[in-house]
Design a protein around this ligand. Sequence first.
Ligand SMILES: CCCCCCCC(=O)SCCNC(=O)CCNC(=O)[C@H](O)C(C)(C)COP(=O)(O)OP(=O)(O)OC[C@H]1O[C@@H](n2cnc3c(N)ncnc32)[C@H](O)[C@@H]1OP(=O)(O)O
Ligand SMILES: Cc1cc2nc3c(=O)[nH]c(=O)nc-3n(C[C@H](O)[C@H](O)[C@H](O)COP(=O)(O)OP(=O)(O)OC[C@H]3O[C@@H](n4cnc5c(N)ncnc54)[C@H](O)[C@@H]3O)c2cc1C
Length: 621
Amino acid sequence: MLFKGGGLPHESLALQEKLFGAGPDYNFMTRIERFKNSLVRVQHFIRCCARYNLHDHADKKWFEGVAFPNEVSVLGPHSGMFIPTLKEQGSEEQIQKWVPQAEKHQIMGTYIQTELGHGTFVRGLETTATYDPKTEEFILNSPTLTSIKWWPGGLGRTCNFGIVMALLYIDGKNYGMHPFVVQLRSLKTHEPLPGLTMGDIGPKFGFDTVDNGYLQFNHFGIPRENMLMKYCQVLKNGTYTKQTRNPKFSYGAMIFVRSMVVYEVAGQGLAKACTIAIRYSAIRRQSELKKSRPEPQILDYQTQQYKLFPLLALAYAVWFTGVRMKEIYFMVNNEIKQGHTERLPELHAISSGLKAFTTSMASWGIERCRLACGGHGYSAASGLPKIYVNATGGCTYEGENTVMLLQCARFLMNIYGGVKNGRRPSGSVNYLGERISSRCTLTSEFTLKSLADAFKHRAARMIKEASERLNRLQASGNDPEDSWNLNSVVLTKAAEAHCHYYMVLVFESVVESVEDNCVKDILRQLCQLLALCGIQENSGDFIQDGFLNNDQLELVKQKQLSLLSEIRPNAVLLVDAFEFHDVQLGSILGRFDGNVYENLFKWAKKTPLNKPEDLIHRLLR
Ligand SMILES: CCCCCCCC(=O)SCCNC(=O)CCNC(=O)[C@H](O)C(C)(C)COP(=O)(O)OP(=O)(O)OC[C@H]1O[C@@H](n2cnc3c(N)ncnc32)[C@H](O)[C@@H]1OP(=O)(O)O
Ligand SMILES: Cc1cc2nc3c(=O)[nH]c(=O)nc-3n(C[C@H](O)[C@H](O)[C@H](O)COP(=O)(O)OP(=O)(O)OC[C@H]3O[C@@H](n4cnc5c(N)ncnc54)[C@H](O)[C@@H]3O)c2cc1C
């Protein structure tokens, strides 16, 4: 109950739906079969939403976790991007017109921004929307090969609507990127509308169950009312008006998804991989620890614990950070709705930074879990390949991770510059205004406060040094842009240090808030391990300015090792606490009942290559 809280009833309802767990094994299907099978489940999910009155995004998410385990369905872009953008960027009238239809799935939409030539650099997108006051229409056009829309999920075959990001032109003047609601396919025949060339972009690293697509506009007209007009309006006569608000509001959908990815992609993905690897390591026995004694569980090898327990601690940390990130998103978004936009830059920075930091860590961690499972980890039966290919997409979509770290760094540089000029920072960066002690207080006790302080010191120092280096580069004659580029590796490291500190701090605050002493002690051990591993892996950062000395570093190593033995008795319980059902894990190695070998054998026998097949038989005869 530590993790699921109010979500459990919805998950239990979904688990009762036979269709979700039924059907052929995902691993034995071709891409087209995977896609079709997903569509069948999408339709069933939609029926379930009506039957169980599921409207709330969070409730649906619990349901989706069972219906589409470790994969993204076409509902992802629809409910995660299309509907939120309508709600956030649409006028009241527009919300009334489209949101109810979208929520009842009468129309299915996606978010159409990236193009063949540009994804990262949103200002470089080329699709145009030219207003024609005579017809009162926007004419959407793809003027170049590179302007063809590329990647949107569900665009290839499924969606009949989309929000298209395009450059608004009125009377020859470019007003920048704006969102437009575009009907893509006939609601009767489902054929693409005339003037649109569209299809699927082909097989990918993962995301087999989604038809990521392309779209080319050939002077395609849409009514004036289809530009989302909450923040900017185009009047019938072509007059452009806008609220005196932040132009970055049109980037709101990206902030929303980045904020959710921390929990839903990084947190869940890593927690599932840890569940599989730790359960399996308690089942698997190999080699000898002591002569003539039974083979030990591989989880009893210190090296196995050293591989897996830091990842377990990381999974808890990312999960808690993801929950905190969601809370911050909804809090700041509410403030913005009331007209208080002061915290938008911080929200953008922390969501960009944490999205990048946690998806990179999770992606690396899932692969480590696979390696820790030996040969069986390499089998699709482990479930780990599917978890990996889908989670690692999070490092790229919604802003490529390096680029996101640089956005976070940009904010940190602004804040640090402000502090130098006497401004007081607040929120997640308030520590940049503090006098940070250069004396490391770590002792063999390793209190959570002293550990968090060590990360605070590292982040503050790296941000300060990145800022000073930027200034030096400029002072030596480089222009600001070149200085930024010449400093960008240092900047990404400063952003990572900031996010790392934030994650340790969140974990510490969760431990402090737990009332049950037994649970508190166990979580404290995990939090200590997370922090100690972070210090050791980045020890250069902690000793560079003499903050940490060799004796302290030795203590860090010793404590890490003793924590492994302390965590061992609770390791399986700690992954069971995530409460993933077997359907959600999709793994024979991670089965709750531990019946691994019998089921691996059954599974292998079912593989299509073992079925009689004429051509293979003829070739081999
Ligand atoms: C279920 C889900 C399945 C998967 C779905 C995946 C869906 C997708 O991938 S959709 C496509 C996502 N695409 C992206 O994320 C593109 C990433 N690129 C960007 O967001 C932008 O181009 C970005 C942020 C890199 C640069 O934007 P740009 O307009 O050039 O801004 P830039 O010049 O760097 O900065 C200008 C100012 O705007 C601020 N800013 C930038 N973005 C934002 C934002 N979103 N909110 C607030 N402020 C922002 C900057 O902090 C900066 O502030 P300041 O001047 O005070 O320092
Ligand atoms: C699974 C998946 C689903 C997606 N779904 C959607 C969707 O539904 N809708 C949609 O519109 N898009 C979608 N996308 C597209 C996605 O948002 C972009 O691919 C992403 O934003 C990265 O942009 P890019 O492909 O242009 O990468 P690039 O920018 O070409 O990145 C390539 C390299 O260049 C580096 N680089 C680029 N710019 C800079 C810079 N300024 N500074 C330093 N380094 C830089 C990057 O760090 C990276 O190493 C999806 C992508 C994937 C993989």
